[in-house]
Design a protein. Structure first.
Length: 336
């Protein structure tokens, strides 16, 4: 398998599916062999642009015998069944987050994944962001001494539609879940969660009993503190920052701007352009690196991809945060 391109079957041709399709087609290590979507026109469109055979049945991909791996980018409620089919067929799988919105369904699948020995990776792509990955490596190398506090700021540029919010699972399972995975990437021994949530501006969130603003504080067995700040909007653009603070210093990741040019004049000094406005722009590199890591993992190499267990832990933390915000109490968690 190391001397040829991996044949990948893509399931789901929505916004993120199209990103994955383009990356698969552009990579020298992969080829898009199959594209599945019940909305067959979507599958045909992606196949016409990026190659592969279009089908309206994911099961046709699993039965084809001519894929080396599958990438699941379909709606969340389909993930558990598709992972089960991939594992049963012995096909390595990369699935977009979350595994499911219901932890009980994830736990029912857990023994099968553990016993099968088939690669199941989760699409928490921010682990592969070059800046975040660099900070994590430098923290692990002891550059700032012992890590004491991790602060993650994650604010969308604009709130999603009310229709999306109705099926999202709420801010903690949909948005903060990325930050929970990032927190565990740095601090794996988390033991409790205290979250607060507010609905300050978004009528869609209010209509669906959700929050548009949230703050979570997580504690580790080691004593390290993690703070996560979320909002569904940001007037300055897509706000993605991180600070690791240690006994001997700190490391920061700043926002990515749309230009390196600044203006200084009588009205202001070093006036800069806005931040990037959308997650697909900010994390374009991480999605490409995620695919490369998946290819390496399928070929037997180690990787920093999130595993099924990482996906379960992130969902467990999201559930705890949701409960904490609604009950106004600290929730203990067992991530084992």
């Amino acid at each position: 398998m190391t001397d040829r391109q991996l044949r990948i079957g893509l399931i789901g041709t929505g916004r993120i599916g199209q990103v994955h399709a383009a990356n698969i087609a552009a990579s020298g290590d992969t080829t898009l062999a199959w594209v599945a979507d019940p909305f067959i026109a979507g599958a045909q469109h992606v196949a016409a642009n990026h190659g592969g055979t279009a089908t309206d049945s994911a099961e046709e991909i699993f039965a084809s015998g001519d894929v080396d791996a599958v990438l699941i980018a379909s709606p969340t409620p389909t993930h558990v069944d598709l992972i089960r089919s991939a594992v049963a067929a012995g096909i390595p799988v990369l699935c977009e987050k979350p595994i499911d919105l219901d932890l009980a369904r994830v736990d029912a699948l857990r023994p099968l994944v553990a016993e099968a020995g088939v690669l199941v990776a989760l699409g928490f792509n921010r682990r592969l962001d070059p800046a975040f990955a660099e900070v994590r490596s430098r923290v692990a190398a002891g550059e700032i001494g012992a890590l004491e506090q991790l602060t993650i700021t994650s604010r969308d540029s604009a709130a999603p539609s009310a229709d999306y919010l109705s099926v999202s699972g709420g801010i903690f399972r949909d948005m903060t879940i990325h930050d929970f995975d990032m927190a565990r990437f740095f601090v794996p021994d988390l033991v409790d969660v205290m979250s607060t949530g507010s609905t300050l501006f978004d009528d869609g969130a209010r209509a669906h009993g959700d929050f548009d603003s949230a703050v979570s504080v997580l504690s580790a067995a080691s004593g390290v503190q993690v703070t996560i700040v979320n909002s569904r909007h940001s007037a300055t653009g897509y706000d993605q920052r991180l600070e690791a603070f240690g006994s001997a210093g700190s490391l920061q990741v700043a926002n990515a701007g749309t230009s390196l040019v600044s203006l200084s004049n009588a009205a202001g000094v070093e006036t800069r352009s806005p931040y990037q406005d959308f997650f697909l722009e900010r994390y374009a590199t991480s999605y490409r690196r995620e695919l490369a890591e998946f290819v390496a993992a399928v070929r037997g190499a180690s990787s920093n991809l999130s595993t099924f267990e990482d996906g379960r832990a992130a969902l467990l933390l999201a559930d705890a945060a949701h409960r904490s915000a609604n009950e106004r109490t600290t929730i203990a968690v067992d991530l084992s």
